[in-house]
Ligand binder design. Structure first.
Ligand SMILES: [Zn+2]
Length: 146
């Protein structure tokens, strides 16, 4: 059943938040993190209501590792979703918000709400704009130098 209750303009509903966190937790089980042991799952909610998940994928060449949040965004875009609303992140053993690089990528596609899963507790709800105070935005590319 579709939950039409809204918590704020454009924000995910309570039901959508629950689905996002569950999807992030499920994706975490697929994480490929043999080097750090820090398994992370993420799920993004699209403007059309779809949920797309990702997990972190590490590499022996550490710099090639990709965070779960960016994997989820890249999957969503590859599936035709360019308008995103929210992201949920499930990590362990410590709950952690997205890293700086992921915050920038999430902003690119419109994410506003960040849910940080905390086992045994309600997820922490954060505004991406708060996490990424003065982001580099596409409009900056259109300004001309004097
Ligand atoms: Zn990241």
């Amino acid at each position: 059943m579709r939950d039409r209750r809204r918590t704020a303009a454009g924000a995910p509903t309570v039901a959508q938040r629950g689905a996002l966190v569950r999807a992030a937790r499920a994706a975490r089980s697929a994480a490929y993190a043999p080097y750090s042991g820090f398994a992370v799952g993420a799920a993004v909610l699209t403007a059309s209501g779809a949920v797309v998940a990702g997990c972190n994928v590490e590499n022996a060449s550490y710099g090639l590792s990709v965070c779960a949040e960016r994997v989820a965004v890249q999957r969503a875009v590859a599936e035709g979703h360019r308008a995103l609303v929210a992201v949920a992140v499930a990590s362990g053993p410590a709950a952690a918000p997205p890293c700086g690089a992921c915050r920038q990528v999430l902003l690119e596609f419109g994410v506003r709400t960040v849910l940080v899963d905390r086992p045994g507790r309600a997820p922490r709800v954060l505004a991406l704009r708060t996490l990424l105070g003065q982001p580099f935005e596409p409009a900056a590319l259109q300004r001309r130098l004097p």
